[in-house]
Design a protein around this ligand. Structure first.
Ligand code: UDP
Ligand code: MG
Length: 160
């Protein structure tokens, strides 16, 4: 499935380096001014179990212990964003994993230098976004509401 219409959701983790460096507001601001809708927002401390599930694709890599230690070093801000093709839009805004080669203008390109310390996680596909939103949010923590600015964010045919 390529995209899920105007209600497509993605999961963002604003990582410990962002929380410690006071970048939570800056990162949220970028998503808000882009026109994405914040439908879930909270602070969480992550534990080994949830990280092993979330990072299953790298859990056997030699660098995994340092990723786990880093991700538990401080609370993270957990965000669910909504918008048309928002999974891809957020990945583009983030930039590539290795921050120091991420293009200027991207979140990692503007705000980070690290590989592990790369300020943000964003779901990499619509399918994974569904799993990740369910991993970090209870259903009642996702708040559906109308955003009046949508009249000026999407044209009528894109609002379906
Ligand atoms: N990571 C790392 N070293 C590597 C590859 C990944 O420290 O060589 C960390 C990095 O923090 C990255 C996370 O593991 O964000 C998950 O890796 P993934 O390939 O999913 O990158 P992302 O989707 O976050 O860009
Ligand atoms: Mg990833």
């Amino acid at each position: 499935m390529k995209f899920d219409g105007i209600n497509e959701k993605t999961l963002v983790l604003i990582k410990p380096d962002s929380v410690q460096r006071g970048l939570v507001g800056e990162i949220l601001r970028r998503f808000e001014t882009k026109g994405l809708k914040v439908v879930g927002l909270k602070l969480m401390r992550l534990d080994e179990a949830v990280l092993r599930e979330h990072y299953a694709h790298i859990a056997e890599k030699p660098f995994y212990p340092s990723v786990e230690k880093f991700m538990m070093s401080s609370p993270v801000a957990v965000v669910c964003l909504e918008g048309r093709e928002c999974v891809d839009a957020v990945r583009l805004m983030m930039g590539p994993t290795k921050s120091r080669i991420a293009p200027p203008g991207s979140i990692r390109g503007d705000l980070a230098m690290g590989y592990g310390c790369n300020v943000i996680h964003g779901s990499d596909s619509v399918e994974n976004a569904k799993l990740e939103v369910a991993r970090f949010f209870k259903p009642e923590e996702i708040i559906e509401y109308d955003k009046s600015e949508y009249l000026h964010v999407y044209s009528e045919d894109e609002r379906e």
